[in-house]
Design a protein around this ligand. Structure first.
Ligand code: PEP
Ligand code: MN
Length: 334
C-alpha cells in the first residue's frame, strides 16, 4: 500500500500517521521525492482498508497491484542509488564494472585490475566460481580466486564483484568480505539463493535470465528485497532469440522499461549480451544512450590465453579507448 502526503502536512499529522502505520505492524518506507513525499507500507496490508490511512495530511492511499511491490516505482517513486563499499550506482551515479571473465592467476588478475583501474573503472569483477555449460570446462579457482580478488582489491583500491553459485559458498564470501555478490543469468530464478541473499548485508548484482521477461527479473529482485536486502542492482545481459550471429540478443528496451517500472538501478553487460569483441564498444555506447546506470565489461590482459569467454574480453588498450568514448558520450548527453 502507498500513502501519498499533502504538501502542507503538519508535523503533528505526520507523527500521528506514522504511529497509525506502525500500530498495524507495518514498516513505513519514506521517499521524500522532489515533488511529493510517498510512504510505502511494508508488511501484510491485506486485511486493512485503504481508508484507514486516509487521515488529515494525506492526499491518497492506493494499493500496489503488481506482483513485485517493494522494487516497484509506485512504492518508491525516486531512483535508488546503491552503495557498493563507497561506489554508488544509480540515481545519477554511473559505474563501470570491469575485469576478466574468470580469475585465472595472480598475474592475470592483477594485470587486468591495474589496467581497468587506470582506465577509470570503479569496480573490479572476476569469476572465482564459473557456471560453465560444459562440465569439462574450467570451473574457476574457487576459494583461491576469492583470495586473489581480495588482494587485488587492497592493492588497486577497487571494490570487488564476483558470482555466487550456491548458498553453501556464503561463508567463504563473508570470509573474503566480497563487496558485491553477483547472481548470474542461470541462477536468476533460484529462489533459495535469492532468499538467502536477502539476509546478506552486501549489494547484489542480479543478472537477467537468458529467457526471463523483465517482469520475472523484477520478481526475482523482489525476493531479495522482501527478505531484507534493499541493495539490488539489475543487469541486462541479453536474451536468447532465434538470432544466431551473436551469443545473445541485447534487449536495450529493458533499460527504459526497468526504469519506468522500478526504482532500482540497471546496468548493461555488452560482453555476454553479444559475445563478440567488435560489438562490445558500440553496444556499450548504445547502452549509455539508452540511459544505463553502468556497464559490466570483460577485460583480459591476453585474451587468447583466456580459460573462458576468450571471444569477448577486451584487451586493456581497447577498454581504455572505450572508456574515453563513454565519458565523452556521457558528457554530451548531460
Ligand atoms: C558472467 O557474468 O560471468 C556470466 C557467466 O554471465 P551470465 O550469467 O550473464 O551468463
Ligand atoms: Mn564471462
Amino acid at each position: 500500500m502507498i500513502v501519498t502526503l499533502k504538501g502542507d502536512i503538519t508535523q503533528e499529522q505526520y507523527t500521528s500517521l506514522i504511529d497509525r502505520i506502525k500500530g498495524k505492524g507495518l514498516e513505513p518506507n519514506i521517499d521524500k521525492g522532489t515533488s511529493k513525499t510517498v510512504i510505502g507500507l511494508r508488511g501484510d496490508t491485506k486485511g486493512i482498508e485503504t481508508g484507514y490511512f486516509m487521515v488529515d495530511g494525506v492526499e491518497s492511499v492506493t494499493r500496489v497491484s503488481k506482483r513485485y511491490k517493494l522494487v516497484s516505482r509506485d512504492f518508491h517513486p525516486s531512483d535508488s542509488a546503491i552503495d557498493v563499499s563507497g561506489v554508488k550506482i544509480g540515481s545519477g551515479y554511473f559505474a563501470v564494472i570491469a575485469g576478466p571473465c574468470a580469475v585465472e592467476s595472480e598475474e592475470q588478475l592483477f594485470a587486468a585490475a591495474e589496467a581497468v583501474k587506470k582506465a577509470g573503472a570503479s569496480l573490479l569483477r572476476g569469476g572465482a566460481f564459473k557456471p560453465r555449460t560444459c562440465t569439462y570446462d574450467f570451473q574457476g579457482l574457487g576459494e583461491e580466486g576469492l583470495e586473489l580478488l581480495a588482494r587485488a582489491r587492497d592493492m588497486f583500491h577497487l571494490p570487488i564483484v564476483t558470482e555466487i553459485l550456491d548458498t553453501r559458498d556464503l561463508e567463504l564470501f563473508e570470509k573474503y568480505n566480497i563487496d558485491m555478490y553477483q547472481v548470474g543469468a542461470r541462477n536468476m530464478g533460484n529462489t533459495a539463493l535469492l532468499k538467502e541473499l536477502g539476509t546478506v548485508k552486501k549489494p547484489v548484482l542480479l543478472k537477467r535470465g537468458m529467457s526471463a521477461t523483465i517482469e520475472e527479473l523484477l520478481s526475482s529482485a523482489e525476493y531479495i528485497v522482501s527478505n531484507g536486502n534493499p541493495n539490488v542492482v539489475l543487469c541486462e545481459r541479453g536474451i536468447r532469440t532465434f538470432e544466431t550471429s551473436c551469443r545473445n540478443t541485447l534487449d536495450l528496451t529493458a533499460v527504459r522499461i526497468v526504469k519506468r517500472e522500478s526504482h532500482l538501478p540497471i546496468i548493461v553487460d555488452p560482453s555476454h549480451a553479444t559475445g563478440v569483441l567488435d560489438l562490445v564498444g558500440p553496444m556499450s555506447l548504445a547502452s549509455v544512450a539508452a540511459g544505463t546506470d553502468g556497464l559490466l565489461i570483460e577485460v583480459h590482459p591476453d585474451r587468447r590465453k583466456a580459460l573462458s569467454d576468450a571471444h569477448q574480453q577486451l584487451p586493456p588498450e581497447e577498454f581504455s579507448a572505450l572508456m574515453v568514448k563513454i565519458e565523452k558520450l556521457r558528457k554530451a548527453l548531460e
